[in-house]
Design a protein around this ligand. Structure first.
Ligand SMILES: Cc1ncc(COP(=O)(O)O)c(C=O)c1O
Length: 418
């Protein structure tokens, strides 16, 4: 079913969650004798059968290396791999397929930009601007670059609800700023940042913007041209695809000027011991045999999500998030962490004096999977004055019953720690 077919007179037909759940065989199991309640999709999502089938089909029928063989299997593998690139292009509305670089995930995408664009552009005393809410993947690569170059990492602050302070952020964009790198959606708090406005602010000062879209693509329709971002990074495994594959989108003009990162097969045009010339985009950045099956699986995941329609997914999750927020607010002693007006799919919380790790362990006994800890955002935890939180994160296959189970599990936690 297409997104268009789901829309009736401007309204989006509701997602049939029970039908959707049948596409995810893993959700049918029991955990510790209880039906699995999976509330950890911000860490990684489950995979629909369509993705598993696409990967199996590739290995069963088409497995061969890409871009090299003249034989039929290699042709088929190459076609499937490049078709996946075109699916990604359409999914985020990139202008050209060669602006899509396959990488291992968000982390690798950001490292690639820091190590190529960053190393070429950043000098001593220059500045890189990030926000206090970033995942470590969008801090450490820039920190490493700053250390190497003698540059300075600046950090945009937020308010107590977890919303960026835009005036302060704007003030931090100065003449020495060489890059603004920020998440589209916060993994720890769920805040959806007003990235279009922020990109305009940066571009007025000719500062390029990298968006870490790891937590955005499973929940929101992303249009990189409408956003105007220079780079966009995301991971397949958070989008119902396999692990080991991700995407770096970069505007062609920028990718063209960037030197390659890793050297090896496929990224060259010709090699002699005196000099190597590099391949055209995007292959210049895809050294070695890529994760062919991963790209094909990601393509299948994109087909799956597009088939349900991001408008329908977003409407379902919006409704579920509102239900869950209300339900958790009614649990005595529970404090939600991250209460921004614009949020997606994440409920971070503290529960009385109970350590988040204990919350997670007791919920696990009830078959409920949540994440506990610092969520790879230690500077954010410091800003919040906490060591850790418990985090329930929602996806398209979650339903109100999962939230009710979580609330029931929390009552068990209270009994244990009474
Ligand atoms: C916002 C954000 N950025 C980056 C990452 C890193 O993604 P990966 O480990 O797939 O590279 C994550 C994963 O949790 C994330 O949530």
């Amino acid at each position: 079913m297409t997104a268009e077919a789901l829309r009736e007179g401007g309204r989006v037909a509701p997602l049939d969650v029970e039908r959707v759940r049948k596409d995810f065989p893993i959700l049918e199991q029991e955990v510790r004798g209880k039906p699995l309640v999976y509330l950890d999709s911000a860490a990684t999502t489950q995979k629909p059968r369509a993705v598993l089938d696409a990967i199996a089909r590739y290995y069963l029928a088409d497995n061969a290396n890409v871009h090299r063989g003249v034989h039929l299997l290699s042709e088929r593998a190459t076609q499937a791999y490049e078709a996946a690139r075109e699916k990604v292009q359409r999914f985020i509305n990139a202008a050209r397929a060669h602006e899509i670089v396959f990488v291992r995930g968000t982390t690798e995408a950001i490292n690639l930009v820091a190590q190529t664009y960053g190393r070429r552009r950043v000098r001593q005393g220059d500045e890189i601007l990030v926000t206090v809410m970033e995942h470590h993947s969008n801090i450490v690569p820039w920190q490493m670059l700053c250390e190497e170059k003698g540059a300075i990492l600046r950090v945009a602050p937020m308010d107590d609800d977890g919303q960026l302070l835009l005036d302060e952020l704007e003030r931090l964009i100065g003449p020495r700023t060489r890059m603004l790198a920020l998440g589209h959606v916060s993994n720890a708090l769920g805040t959806i940042h007003p990235v279009r406005r922020i990109i305009e602010m940066a571009h007025r000062r000719k500062v390029p913007v990298l968006l870490d879209g790891a937590q955005a693509v499973p929940h929101l329709a992303v249009d990189v041209q409408a956003l105007g971002c220079d780079f966009y990074a995301f991971s397949g495994h958070k989008l119902f695809g396999p692990t080991g594959i991700g995407v770096l989108y970069g505007r062609a003009e920028l990718l063209e000027e960037m030197p390659p990162w890793q050297g090896g097969g496929d990224m060259i045009s010709s090699v002699t011991f005196e000099k190597t010339t590099y391949n055209k985009l995007p292959y210049k950045f895809e050294a070695g045999t890529p994760d062919i099956a991963g790209a094909i699986g990601l393509g299948a995941a994109i087909d799956y999500v597009s088939g349900l329609g991001l408008a329908a997914i977003a409407a379902h999750e919006h409704d579920l998030l509102a239900y869950a927020t209300q339900a958790l607010r009614e649990v005595p002693g529970l404090r939600l962490v991250g209460t921004a007006k614009e949020k997606a799919s994440v409920l971070s919380f503290l529960f009385g004096e109970v350590h988040p790790h204990d919350i997670g362990t007791i919920l696990d006994r009830e078959g409920i999977a949540v994440r506990t800890g610092h969520h790879c955002a230690q500077p954010l935890m410091r800003r919040l004055g906490v060591a850790a939180t418990a985090r329930a994160s929602l996806a398209l296959y979650n339903r109100r019953g999962d939230v009710d189970a979580l609330v029931g599990g929390l009552h068990k936690v209270r009994e244990v720690f009474r």
